[in-house]
Design a protein around this ligand. Structure first.
Ligand code: CA
Length: 262
């Protein structure tokens, strides 16, 4: 197994957020997969702020990599800058962080012709005590595993997923559609973006997974559930999910970020 980064948090100096009072465990890993020459996925988190993010860049190898990393950095930057965080509610802060990510990627693309047209997905999880929020743009996903049942908490902002929701095509047709890569919202493609934000509850023992489409294209929800259920640690869950995606084809970059409420 190749793991480019594992359990390597993005640390930004001067973090002033409160320390979480309830324990969470986190591990994350990203892998190039079997065929792609580079890895356009990126992840990051700030444990003290309880915020976790995965981005999947697009726009050609170099540009996709720039987009996903710039997005993660700008997103987390909002949580690491000193501020009176009590005055702002969490969804508002999430919207601000996503706007910052969008601004960062959009500006880079405007300034450099080689980066024109780049963009990235973003899926983020914010935990505060036993409340949590999931925010997303694009087709990176969040799942929650509770008592043996895996539930997908996000609906892809993709052409085929929207067609499935409207009843125009079946899920099987979507999986094989030549249009399955078309996403309908992205960070950095336009001057502004509207994220979807949902509040979710978290209970002790829950496992939350943030992942890029390189995982879910290769590994069925059923298999994801089995791995999360059987894994003895968050690190093992990440490694086993990436192994499964590579075993099943590894056609795209794969990123998994696993958070467990202790
Ligand atoms: Ca991808």
């Amino acid at each position: 197994m190749r793991t480019d980064v594992i359990a390597d948090p993005v640390r930004i100096a001067g973090t002033k957020m409160k320390v979480m009072t309830l324990p969470y465990q986190v591990a994350a890993a990203t892998d190039r997969g079997q065929f792609r020459p580079s890895n356009e996925d990126a992840f990051g988190y700030l444990m003290d702020a309880g915020v976790f993010v995965v981005c999947d860049g697009m726009g050609g190898a170099a540009a996709g990599e720039v987009a996903s990393h710039a997005s993660v950095e700008a997103f987390l930057g909002i949580y690491s800058s000193p501020r009176d965080s009590e005055a702002v509610d969490q969804p508002t802060l999430l919207r601000e962080a996503i706007a910052a990510a969008n601004e960062a990627v959009y500006t880079l693309a405007e300034e450099d012709i080689r980066l024109r047209g780049m963009g990235t997905t973003l899926v983020a999880l914010l935990v505060e005590e036993r409340r949590a929020w999931v925010a997303h743009v694009g087709d990176s996903r969040c799942y929650r595993m509770r008592k043996g049942t895996l539930e997908r908490l996000t609906e892809d902002h993709s052409l085929v997923d929207e067609q499935v929701r409207r009843g125009q095509i079946t899920a099987a047709e979507a999986a094989n559609s030549p249009l399955r890569n078309v996403i309908t919202r992205a960070i950095g493609s336009h001057g502004s973006v509207t994220p979807e934000i949902a509040e979710v509850d978290v209970r002790s023992g829950d496992v939350l997974l943030l992942c890029s489409d390189g995982l879910v294209r290769e590994v069925s929800d059923r298999q994801i559930g089995e791995v999360l259920q059987a894994a003895t640690s968050v690190e093992a869950a990440c490694e086993q999910l990436i192994d499964a995606a590579n075993t099943n084809g590894g056609k795209d970059n794969i990123t998994c970020l696993v958070v467990r409420a202790v």
